[in-house]
Design a protein around this ligand. Structure first.
Ligand SMILES: Cc1cc2nc3c(=O)[nH]c(=O)nc-3n(C[C@H](O)[C@H](O)[C@H](O)COP(=O)(O)OP(=O)(O)OC[C@H]3O[C@@H](n4cnc5c(N)ncnc54)[C@H](O)[C@@H]3O)c2cc1C
Length: 287
């Protein structure tokens, strides 16, 4: 197997306190030398400028590659072209190309309807300048009428010019294995890297999952509920669940892991050590 790709996702921080937290997390996470960091766009009302700024800061602070998430909903071709130019000028050459969701109060989807149109546009206007990742949903995108439609749309998006696929988080390994098998049967050879969400905060996890359609298996939900406000027990249980999930994904030949860090290093690094992932020894030395 080729070398696995491990990556960490951040969101653009808000205010001085958020910036300080991110700066600390990024330094701690850089110690294990990930393949790249990625920076979201739009989450919590963040702007594209916030994404660009955070990408450049992260690259400059760590000297590691950074991928900018770019969403096309509500955008014009001209606007996306200008944004691509900005990224090229700043030397950011990786993108996670997404459709995004209509924000509250936004009614016009703009000139791109789906992410495949964005990927086509990026390739048409910038050739191979960017390494492009696209999103996939092992438990299906909530708007997809059928699993088959979702697969067809994903295949179309990858064939438009994606280099790799990154998934929404999930807690059911078989949904990932099934997705990969179905993609391979359709001739898609690009790596499909599972997205991993550490479990540290029950209410936040349930809120995110309701929004994005990721299923929290009943046994996990019930256990999380049973701990009430005992955050230590929630974290300890969450760590065990996600460590086992990650172990099973790697055993199922996942070509890497993409961690949704929520700008916090500790939960991810605890998993890193538990799984003995590359450069885990660096953490002992740094401690
Ligand atoms: C790894 C990852 C990172 C993310 N980062 C961000 C972020 O930074 N900012 C953000 O706002 N959101 C982010 N999201 C969320 C994402 O924007 C939403 O899930 C969004 O609803 C769908 O985006 P997409 O690119 O998958 O869309 P698409 O691939 O366009 O799919 C959206 C829906 O339309 C259907 N569809 C796709 N193409 C067609 C077509 N040609 N015809 C008909 N139907 C079609 C699909 O089946 C699906 O139901 C991320 C998601 C993931 C998994």
């Amino acid at each position: 197997m080729t070398e696995r790709t491990y990556s960490f996702e951040f969101f653009p921080p808000k205010g001085d306190k958020g910036a300080a937290l991110l700066s600390k997390a990024r330094k701690q996470l850089a110690a294990v030398n990930p393949a790249f960091f990625s920076v979201t766009f739009g989450a919590g009302g963040s702007t594209q400028e916030g994404t660009l700024e955070t990408c450049v800061e992260t690259r400059d602070a760590t000297s590691l590659p950074v991928a900018a998430h770019i969403s096309c909903i509500g955008s014009t071709r001209e606007g996306i072209a200008a944004l691509l130019e900005q990224y090229q000028q700043q030397g950011i050459d990786r993108l996670v190309a997404l459709r995004g969701d209509l924000l509250p109060g936004m009614t016009d989807p703009g000139e791109f309807r789906y992410a495949n149109e964005l990927v086509t546009f990026i390739r048409e206007t910038t050739g191979d300048a960017f390494h492009i990742e696209v999103a996939a949903y092992p438990e299906y995108h909530p708007e997809a009428p059928t699993p088959e439609d979702d697969l067809n749309n994903l295949v179309r998006k990858v064939e438009a010019g994606a280099d790799a696929v990154m998934t929404q988080y999930f807690y059911n390994v078989q949904s990932y294995v099934d997705l990969v098998e179905r993609l391979r049967a359709r001739g898609i050879k690009q790596p499909v890297v599972p997205g991993v969400m550490p479990i540290t905060n029950r209410d936040q996890l349930l809120r995110f999952s309701d929004r994005c359609g990721a299923e929290i298996p009943r046994w996990i939900r019930r256990r999380l509920e049973s701990y009430g406000d005992d955050t230590d027990s929630i974290r300890a249980f969450g760590h065990d669940v996600v460590a086992k999930l990650s172990q099973d994904l790697l055993a199922a030949d996942a070509p890497g892991l993409h961690f949704y860090t929520l700008n916090r290093a500790e939960p991810v690094l605890a998993l890193w050590q538990a799984l003995d992932l590359p450069n885990a020894a660096e953490l002992d030395n740094a401690a």
